[in-house]
Design a protein around this ligand. Structure first.
Ligand SMILES: [Zn+2]
Length: 77
């Protein structure tokens, strides 16, 4: 993956107060503790993802755990 692609990468977030999904590339990864493997052998990234732009639904800057997101970090097959 080159830098341009990484910059344009969007994740799907869900607003926890409106329960509405939205796509955003405005986020940063915080508290990255690396990839962990659970008892079933599923890998997840143990990190916190913080919005850098307000949520389009409620205007707050939500914080998510990487495992909550529909993204390459989720360890989906
Ligand atoms: Zn919201």
């Amino acid at each position: 993956m080159d830098i341009e692609q990484a910059k344009d990468m969007k994740f799907i977030f869900v607003c926890p107060s409106q329960n509405q999904p939205f796509e955003s590339a405005d986020f940063k990864i915080d508290e990255n503790r690396g990839v962990t493997t659970d008892e079933a052998g599923h890998k997840t990234l143990d990190a916190t993802v913080v919005l850098t732009e307000p949520c389009p639904f409620c205007g707050r800057k939500h914080v998510y755990h990487a495992s909550e997101l529909s993204c390459p970090f989720g360890g989906q097959e």
